[in-house]
Design a protein around this ligand. Sequence first.
Ligand SMILES: C[S@@+](CC[C@H](N)C(=O)[O-])C[C@H]1O[C@@H](n2cnc3c(N)ncnc32)[C@H](O)[C@@H]1O
Length: 281
Amino acid sequence: MKGRSRATTHGPSFLRWAGSKRKSLALLGSSYRDPTRHYVEPFAGSAALFFELGPMVGTLGDLNGHLVNALRQVRDHAAEVHRRLLAYERSPDAYYAVRNRFNEGSRFGIEAATDFIYLNRNCFNGLWRTNLAGSFNVPFGGHEMGGYPPLELFQDCAKLLRCAKLRHQDFRKTITSAGASSFIYADPPYFTASERVFVEYGKRSFGEEDLSDLVRLLVEAEQRGAEIALTYNEAMPVPAIPSHWHVHSFSVTRNVGGFRGSRKQHGEILYTSFELPGVLE
Ligand SMILES: C[S@@+](CC[C@H](N)C(=O)[O-])C[C@H]1O[C@@H](n2cnc3c(N)ncnc32)[C@H](O)[C@@H]1O
């Protein structure tokens, strides 16, 4: 815990998110060494590290407009979103009805946000996946999801979100806007052909060109004075990582092929533009 209050750890996110590194938050959090730095997450997802750290000032960006709307609505109307969420029925029929309404409706406002959170908490494995037309198509996840987070967690998340700019935008814009006193934590989607369906977050996959733009922009941000932390799949070398960056291995548990029953350990790399004392390289 580094940010606002060093005495306590903040709670988890109100969202589930495929690819979230919840279990590695202690390691990742140790890279945010200076809580006065502007915390920037260009691939926010469930913003697990943001909620863990509770930075004093931050920017969360994501290309998923439904996600950014949900972050904004929870920031502004946490209790009402929570009240509505609890009023939704949890059954396959109700799930598919909400999914239809969500796909036909607006991505703005409180109902869209509640639908998004309901789908996120009740869909198969917290995945976000759309068909080519952009419609969310993840099936109902069954009844093993457990209860919703309590109101207090939504309210804690809202409090932290009030300290952040929430941007629906491409990572390039978020990183280009990051100033000298920023700390940038980049957790991009994987680029893998074999697991394509489970690593897609929108209408198109994150490709090689995206990855090389990402590294180039992070290096430029570092040259302006920003500190950088980047996580990526160990099995896929990231091109053009500067030789002075530090490389730390860690592992996360993943559901193989998206199935809960077949979890396996999977290697990740944390690249930092600075030395992380006490962490083995
Ligand atoms: C691996 S997830 C991030 C998970 C996050 N660290 C968490 O705690 O849940 C990657 C995120 O990148 C977003 N994304 C994909 N392409 C993007 C782009 N070009 N610009 C910004 N965000 C993008 C996806 O919508 C997804 O939320």
